[in-house]
Write a protein that binds this ligand. Structure first.
Ligand SMILES: C[S@@+](CC[C@H](N)C(=O)[O-])C[C@H]1O[C@@H](n2cnc3c(N)ncnc32)[C@H](O)[C@@H]1O
Length: 343
């Protein structure tokens, strides 16, 4: 439990809404309440949205989709503090591009699929609600916020000890305190294969060692990261719980796993968590509800027909292209597109 400052204080709300994060333990997940790198960014406005969806979205049907010539993106200088976690699907490329035209907002910044938090650090908001279903990830943010010196000092020890043998030893070790667990998470994140996060069926991190050996980066700034995180409620929970907090004038940034109805199985496995097509529908419902409460919402998603159908007539969609960084070999990297919606 964190300290209570006043009745509306974020700290108090965190104490009420979040789950304790203990290394090795599994968090209980809230049950849905209502309804079941980096360069040469090109932007293209979408043609007409598809009209095959049966859903009536009158409340959201406020914008006509704009048509214009493709825009050529120019990389911008990064602002805010650099994220300290490398994450699959991270949006550092987006915040560095000129596609980001965030709506003005006067309330809180809310990010329910936090991952590496590229957008959060870019914006560095005065008040934020952050969450993710990954308890180890969330523990790392909380530990840096609450005791960055201890995390950094553990990480320095791990830098000195780093070797292939040590990597696998550390991967199997159960760290019990928040700061040692956070340092372990960061150590593995920085030295594993491609910064990937993957767990086996029993919930153990199982990514092999990668080629990078640097554990402490020259531009690490845990002190500044901590002070920005100090303005945030940080929880382990399903997106629906966090979305329910979005109110008038809040800005919500959504970057869900890119499941489409046509993935072979209709879901994407994220850690031990499955993000299914039903979750995408649940997310769309949350978007509608939050919009109706007056929140401003920006979402990235798969540039796929099923997503266009799901959000048919909602908000302002745009296709953004970027170079794919999924492959480790630069020869097999190509252009890929994603969808950006503003509601
Ligand atoms: C594409 S990543 C977000 C990347 C992030 N925007 C960044 O810049 O690094 C998606 C995140 O959603 C989280 N996630 C998956 N299912 C979730 C759920 N049901 N509720 C909340 N978070 C979820 C994953 O753990 C992952 O961190």
């Amino acid at each position: 439990m964190r300290e209570r400052c006043c009745s509306k204080c974020p700290r108090e709300r965190e104490a009420q809404s979040s789950f304790a994060v203990i290394q090795g333990s599994k968090e209980s997940q809230p049950v849905p309440k209502r309804r079941p790198n980096h360069s040469n960014v090109l932007g293209t406005y979408l043609p007409k949205p598809h009209s095959t969806s049966q859903t009536n979205h009158k409340s959201l049907r406020r914008h006509q989709v704009k048509r214009s010539l493709p825009q050529i993106g120019v990389a911008r200088r990064r602002s805010g503090v650099k994220p300290f976690i490398k994450w699959a699907g991270g949006k550092r490329w987006l915040v560095e591009s000129n596609h980001l035209n965030l709506p003005k907002y006067s309330g809180r910044y809310i990010e329910p699929f936090l991952g590496g938090g590229a957008m959060f650090f870019h914006i560095s908001p005065k008040e934020a609600i952050l969450s993710d279903v990954n308890p180890r990830l969330i523990n790392a943010y909380r530990a840096v916020r609450d005791n960055w010196q201890a995390v950094e000092s553990e990480l320095r020890k791990m830098q000195r000890l780093h070797s292939t043998h040590y990597y696998y030893e550390e991967r199997n070790r159960l760290r019990k305190t928040p700061h040692t667990s956070a340092a372990q998470f960061l150590y593995l994140n920085r030295t594993c294969w491609n910064g990937l996060y993957r767990e086996n069926l029993s919930g153990k991190f199982n990514v092999p060692i990668g080629t990078k050996t640097q554990v402490i980066m020259p531009d690490d700034d845990f002190k500044s990261a901590s002070s920005i995180l100090n303005n945030a409620i940080i929880s382990v929970c399903d997106f629906e719980e966090t979305m329910a907090a979005a109110m008038k004038n809040d800005l919500v940034f959504l970057d869900p796993p890119y499941t489409t109805a046509h993935n072979t199985n209709g879901f994407i496995k994220y850690n031990q968590n499955i993000f299914s097509w039903k979750d995408q529908i649940r997310l769309r419902d949350c978007v509608e509800d939050a919009y109706c409460r007056g929140a401003k919402i920006v979402m990235t998603n798969a540039n796929h027909q099923t997503i266009w159908d799901l959000y048919s007539g909602l908000g302002t969609p745009k296709v953004i292209a970027r170079s794919s960084v999924i492959s480790a070999k630069s020869s097999s990297r190509g252009q890929t597109t994603e969808a950006l919606f503003v509601f």
